[in-house]
Design a protein around this ligand. Structure first.
Ligand code: SF4
Ligand code: SF4
Length: 277
């Protein structure tokens, strides 16, 4: 990826809109097979969303190759300015929400590689917003995600509502932490506008009791043991249990250090969580 000069003038921030689950990350990565086969026969009757083919999900992490994901064809990607003009609201929505396929309805409580083998796990945004120690253990790396919007009048015109296209482009490029980058997609290279995805959990729909925010490795492992074990076995082979044990010990030592720095504030939490015994 060739990141050109950052053009941010800190004019406004780009946030998720004030509705639940407005990040739509699972509609790029987890739920959909590459050919959108989950939609089946009905796909010819439905109107495509505004996201595909204009927006991609870019994942970067130090020392690893960048990863680029396409969105589901039915994902709507909308950016609008708030009334005070102080921020841009991003909203990613399913354009066929009421008729979305079973695997989208079930996600993330029931997900898996095949119809017959489904296990529950934290959703992809939950893992993105999780503490770095969780990602380093379960993914072997910390990672940053961006929405990458094609820098073209057609893409911007489709995505930014109620604005004329050149104004919308200027507005996007001047927003905080937004930058341009040339990204190679196979044989061709295109210019994209990169919006860092905020780890903003307050607007996320944790769709069930099983789908709670990840706060620690221990809590996540307790909730999604099977899924996490599978990841660890893939990454570490027969050493996975040792790695898990080491990570849990480190997490508990860190929590104890924090308790010692703020003994009064954290006394109650230490007893509640059973740490530092
Ligand atoms: S919070 Fe999770 S379930 Fe909701 S849209 Fe994001 S990735 Fe999907
Ligand atoms: S059908 Fe809707 S919910 Fe399912 S992946 Fe596509 S946009 Fe997301």
């Amino acid at each position: 990826m060739n990141t050109q000069a950052t053009q941010s003038k800190n004019h406004c921030t780009v946030n998720f809109s004030a509705s639940e689950c407005s990040d739509g990350m699972c509609c790029f990565t987890c739920v959909i097979p590459p050919d959108n086969g989950h939609i089946g026969f009905f796909r010819s009757f439905w109107k495509r969303g505004t996201g595909s083919p204009h927006v991609k999900l870019l994942v970067t992490s130090e020392g690893y190759k960048d990863e680029l994901y396409d969105s589901c064809k039915f994902l709507d990607f909308v950016i609008s300015r708030d009334i005070a003009n102080s921020k841009l609201n991003m909203d990613l929505r399913c354009s066929i929400y009421k008729n979305r396929p079973r695997q989208c309805r079930d996600y993330p409580d029931r997900a898996g590689e095949s119809m017959y083998y489904k296990i529950s796990g934290p959703c992809i945004f939950n893992e993105y917003a999780a503490p770095a120690s969780y990602k380093k253990l379960v993914y072997k790396r910390d990672w940053q995600a961006f929405y990458a919007i094609r820098d073209s009048a057609e893409a911007i015109g489709n995505i930014v509502v109620h604005e004329n296209t050149p104004v919308a482009r200027e507005m996007l490029l001047n927003a905080q932490d937004v930058r341009r980058a040339a990204i190679s997609t196979g044989k061709e290279e295109w210019d994209f506008i990169l919006i860092p995805i905020p780890r903003q959990t307050s607007k996320i729909l944790y769709v069930s009791d099983k789908h709670m925010p990840i706060s620690t490795i221990r809590q996540a492992y307790h909730t999604w043991e099977e899924k996490i074990e599978k990841n660890l076995q893939n990454h570490y082979g027969s050493e996975w249990e040792t790695r898990l044990k080491q990570a849990l010990e480190m997490e508990e030592n860190d929590a104890c250090k924090r308790c010692d720095e703020n003994p009064t504030d954290n006394l109650e939490r230490r007893f509640k969580t059973g740490l530092c015994q």
